[in-house]
Design a protein around this ligand. Structure first.
Ligand code: ATP
Length: 584
């Protein structure tokens, strides 16, 4: 198959911000593709060669990509770099320079999908002394044979920043439209949620339609999208919503991991599917040796503990583990304990369809417990006094609050969804402050006065799960210290866009736009209606969206969350409405 057909489709996707239009472009394009090609194309549309959880990324440094563009287009390095500094996207630079060169070029072999995948695989696997040179050489070869549009996407793929705007949800819609019908959409989504592998889902659908999807099951090695909790503003409301009786667990303030334990190996995934195995060798070894069965997938919260007293330490301590190079000493100086709270698979059996009480029972019978592996503290709660006492004991143990969990027959593990089967209630709500928001950075304003020459404020957004758009909710300029302000360009500039991405909604006009990637925790005084902010626009009042008043950065960068895990539009709307009840 010719790569130019694929690149042209990417260009059509990029030129529209309408999710419906993207869906129909993709659904038309998917028709008649070979299943294996469809799988590759789905990964490429996300700027990858594999599913998100694959441990190796293409991620070539921009400087290397620029060198390849320079050789392939016959332009001096300085000119290419100058253009890149101005535009900020290697793809656009390549497109512009290759399009000029093409008028003179005589010899080139049209690129096929097979060649692109094989060359990208070469780049991905290149290791050792000459690896940088070899990568540049392979990329130069591809660019030599590419059209301007192909060059645009090849450079974006190797840089790991695709930006065509087709979210996972859009691809799911397109797959359903092409290979099944609307009614089958939830079944397809569930298959994606338990495998996190859209390429696999596409391939199965193209091979066997919905029959191919029904075979997709939970298994060790394929991370499962995590289940998430709703929030309510008071403990009595939590209990009432649960029907007067529920389980409550401590809400630990650590790092959520999903552990895949199989044979002799253990892999830990973060909630954004990063591989955390090397950060917690002690936890991996403990889980492996304490498992009574052969294979399991469990979830738990990794919490740092005081090496002398065993007391739980704040979240920041466990994140140190991610930055340590000398893991041996970190394991001793920052001991970690995992508090397991769910089991999703055990020895050939999918546990996600069992109700919570059964899963909890299986979990408690499946592991030996010790200093490294524990169960989350749990109690059955039947009245407000018990709820209050359980909450107080969680706070005394240095937890964030409690997680209430439904005991009903329908309390299955809902992969990838946020619902009222789990409800969180945190100390922050108790102290009558608003909850914090996890917001994606979508833009920046240059500073003035003391902040001149640096970013002085950031434009922050929530995520609209239905449309795949990011909608602004505040301009954030408070809570930054000097070190953080200095670190902002390194953190953000790699996501700079030359123009406002089509999937961003805001009435403000920042100096710089970013592709949403970085998520920051933000506290605010309250939620208010604003014409400039576009979250839940028109829901509470015509011509107004919801904005955060007096936003303040809490100091916590949520690097455990990707941009699409930010607070959602519906959550912010619910929180806005809750202000008018007595809690938040
Ligand atoms: P938050 O920012 O409040 O941690 P979140 O968006 O990360 O929220 P939620 O589903 O809203 O995720 O809250 C549940 C989170 O709480 C989980 O992702 C997990 O990391 C953590 N957690 C701590 N203890 C438990 C527990 N006993 N059961 C489930 N989750 C727990």
């Amino acid at each position: 198959m010719l790569f130019s057909d694929i690149a042209d489709t990417f260009a059509r996707l990029e030129s529209t911000s309408s999710r419906l239009e993207m869906t129909s472009i993709l659904a038309d394009f998917f028709k008649g593709l070979r299943p294996a090609d469809l799988r590759d194309i789905i990964y490429l549309s996300q700027g990858k060669l594999h599913p998100d959880f694959y441990p190796v990324e293409l991620g070539m440094a921009d400087k290397m990509v620029l060198r390849a563009i320079s050789t392939a287009s016959g332009n001096p390095d300085a000119k290419v770099e100058e253009l890149w500094t101005r535009i900020g996207d290697t793809g656009t630079v390549a497109e512009e320079l290759i399009s000029k060169k093409k008028q003179m070029s005589l010899f080139s072999t049209p690129l096929t999908l097979e060649r692109v995948v094989s060359d990208l695989t070469k780049i991905e696997r290149s290791e050792g002394k000459n690896s940088q040179e070899n990568k540049v050489k392979t990329l130069t070869g591809m660019l030599h044979d590419s059209t301007a549009t192909e060059a645009r996407y090849i450079c974006r793929i190797v840089s790991g920043r695709m930006r065509v705007g087709a979210s996972a949800m859009t691809i799911l819609d397109a797959l359903a439209q092409c290979f099944a019908d609307k009614e089958s959409r939830p079944e397809i989504e569930r298959a994606f949620n338990v495998t996190c592998d859209m390429g696999l889902i596409g391939e199965r659908l193209a091979e066997n339609g919905m029959d191919g999807i029904r075979d997709v099951t939970v298994h060790v090695g394929n991370p499962i999208k995590v289940m998430l909790a709703e929030r309510l503003p008071s403990l009595p409301e939590v209990l009432e919503r649960m029907g007067g009786r529920c389980a409550m667990e401590y809400k630990y303030d650590g790092m959520r991991v999903q552990a895949h334990i199989g044979g002799n190996s253990v892999t830990l995934y973060s909630r954004r599917l990063e591989n955390l195995t090397n950060n917690f060798p002690d936890i991996c070894e403990a889980l492996r040796s304490n498992l009574k069965g052969k294979e399991a997938i469990i979830e738990g919260e990794c919490v740092a503990t005081d090496p002398d007293t065993g007391a739980m330490l704040p979240f920041q301590m466990v994140t140190h583990r991610r930055r340590k190079h000398d893991m041996g000493s970190a394991v001793k100086s920052i001991p970690v304990r995992i508090f397991m709270f769910d089991i999703l698979y055990l020895d050939g059996k999918d546990m996600t369809n069992l109700p919570y009480p059964e899963r909890r029972k299986v979990l408690s019978e499946t592991f030996e417990l010790d200093d490294a592996v524990g169960m989350s503290e749990m109690g059955i709660i039947e009245n407000d006094t018990q709820a209050e006492e359980f909450f107080e004991s969680a706070i005394a143990a240095k937890c964030e609050g409690i997680m209430a969990k439904s005991l009903s027959e329908s309390s299955v593990y809902r992969a990838g969804s946020r619902g009222f089967l789990w409800i969180k209630y945190k100390k922050d709500y108790h102290e009558a402050l608003t909850d914090t928001f996890d917001l994606a950075v979508i833009g920046a304003f240059y500073g003035m006065g003391k902040r001149a020459g640096r970013y002085g404020a950031l434009l922050m957004a929530v995520y609209d799960q239905d449309s795949g758009e990011f909608c602004s909710v505040c301009k954030l300029g408070t809570g930054f210290d000097d070190a953080f302000l200095d670190a902002l360009p390194t953190m953000l500039d790699k996501y700079k866009c030359d123009e406002k991405p089509g999937y961003i909604r805001t009435g403000l006009d920042p100096d710089v736009w970013f592709e949403p990637n970085v998520v920051l925790e933000v506290a605010g005084a309250d939620l208010t209606l604003s014409p400039n902010h576009k979250a839940a626009f028109g829901w509470a009042k015509e011509d107004a969206g919801i904005g955060i008043r007096f936003p303040r950065f809490t100091g916590r960068v949520r690097d455990d969350k990707s941009a699409d895990m930010s607070t959602t539009v519906s959550e912010i709307y619910d929180m806005y409405e809750m202000q008018f009840s007595d809690g938040l």
